[in-house]
Design a protein. Structure first.
Length: 135
């Protein structure tokens, strides 16, 4: 994006100098290759500056991936409480986060019981509860 050129160059340098990081740019939404990549990866990173309810993280949680997220409001939802959070404006902090998550393969994963909240019957019940509360 315009204004992020220096940040992108710094991040690309880190990726290029690590044999453990694969950065795939430009995959379209719902790409079959994207699902295959997430299944294959050990860590899922979403270093966005702004998100609401990122479905991609929920998909990574369903595959029991370690999570590296931006230290932003969205990442403090209960679903993501075990994620490792980094400052997306600080390349050194991102690098430290990547190293830390690779040193500890047992942590930084969501509790899979949270996925129950997204099953069809739970979502339907929440809609019913909302409609009943306003009628």
């Amino acid at each position: 994006l315009p204004g992020d050129e220096n940040y992108a160059r710094e991040l690309e340098f880190i990726v290029e100098n690590s044999s453990k990081i694969e950065w795939s740019k430009g995959l379209p939404e719902n790409a079959h290759d994207l699902v295959k990549m997430v299944k294959k990866c050990r860590v899922f990173a979403l270093l966005s500056k702004s998100e609401t309810q990122p479905i991609s993280i929920l998909e990574a949680i369903s595959m029991n991936k370690q999570l590296l997220l931006s230290d932003r409001k969205y990442s403090y939802q209960s679903y993501f409480r075990n994620a490792l959070k980094v400052d997306p404006d600080n390349v050194q902090n991102i690098e430290q986060g990547i190293k830390k998550i690779f040193e500890d393969s047992n942590n930084f994963r969501a509790d899979l019981k949270f996925l129950e909240d997204f099953q069809g019957n739970c979502v339907a019940q929440k809609y019913i509860d909302v409609y009943r509360s306003i009628l």
